[in-house]
Design a protein around this ligand. Structure first.
Ligand SMILES: Cc1ncc(COP(=O)(O)O)c(C=O)c1O
Length: 285
């Protein structure tokens, strides 16, 4: 089956999908995006993702390219036309095409809207059970990480540095020595008493949808969750750590820089949370 993309009102062959070279997304990274998980053709927490997109675009003063219901419909239809039942939909909206000039165009162009979809699977059991390494580094990104902007070059460089060091993810540390988040994930630790800690939403982190869902699932299962910042030192001394995102679900961390956590493999609480999240995605919770 050949791939299909949605571009500004039309479903076109993926290889022929085009956006104008003066689209402000291309020139200024002037736009926002979402990645939504699909399970059995259903958008997982689709409403929360679309609400976050509306918030991101609102912060950037970009008009929503379509209403929430229409966006949800196009996302599901893009997946269906690609034959994707389990995987992701990528959705990107920009301020649109205009003559290149930094300030907003005097007459607002029509926002551009692109969606694509492809099959994907959550990290395999072997990867999850082994856990992954993270590399800490100073957070050198801008000060509005709460906006899911397409301007990801800081995250790209952070993740590339991590990968070159043999780690899976970068942990970005703020000026106060507190862990902000990963390059494309939220960061969590498990305390000695088995409670969870993850940073409260602020302008240094993206308020992850997986993070929000997992807080609900954990509390529902009687696992306490504290929303507060934690330092890199606290993380290195923690019983367990893990990261969350739409595509990595709940992924245990077994090493932070040169510090091995626990027995160097996934911890029991992290694995239990992954099971809970799997059940939720499958629709069983
Ligand atoms: C910087 C950053 N933080 C956190 C996340 C996790 O967000 P979500 O759970 O909504 O995928 C992402 C996801 O792409 C991200 O890019």
């Amino acid at each position: 089956m050949s791939r299909i993309a949605y571009v500004n009102g039309r479903y076109v062959a993926h290889r022929d999908a085009r956006i104008h070279i003066e689209d402000r997304g291309y020139q200024f990274a002037d736009g926002a995006y979402e990645v939504i998980w699909l399970s059995g053709g259903r958008l997982v927490d689709g409403q929360w993702h679309l609400e976050r997109l509306a918030r991101s675009l609102g912060e950037l003063e970009i008009a929503l390219p379509a209403g929430s219901r229409a966006l949800g419909f196009i996302a599901a239809e893009t997946a269906r036309r690609n034959g994707v039942a389990d995987g992701i939909v990528y959705l990107q909206a920009t301020r649109g095409t205009a003559r290149r000039d930094h300030p907003f165009p005097a007459r607002a162009p029509r926002p551009s809207l692109v969606m694509t979809s492809r099959r994907a699977a959550a990290p395999a059991a072997a990867t999850t059970e082994a856990g992954v390494g993270v590399l800490s580094m100073a957070d050198f990104r801008w000060d509005r990480c709460d906006i899911k902007a397409i301007a990801l070059v800081g995250n790209v460089l952070a993740k590339q540095r991590a990968r070159e060091s043999g780690a899976y993810e970068a942990w970005l540390v703020d000026r106060d020595g507190m862990v902000a988040e990963g390059g494309s994930t939220n960061a969590w630790i498990v305390t000695a008493s088995g409670g969870l800690v993850t940073r409260a939403p602020d302008e240094r982190i993206l308020a992850g949808i997986t993070r929000r869902r997992l807080i609900e699932l954990a509390r529902g299962a009687g696992i306490p969750v504290e929303e507060r910042a934690f330092s890199l030192e606290e993380a290195k001394a923690a019983r367990e750590a893990f990261i969350t995102s739409t595509t990595c679900f709940v992924l245990p961390v077994s090493r932070i820089d040169d510090t091995v956590l626990g027995n160097g493999r996934a911890g029991g609480v992290s694995l239990e949370l992954r099971r809970l999240y799997d059940q939720f995605v499958a629709g069983a919770l």
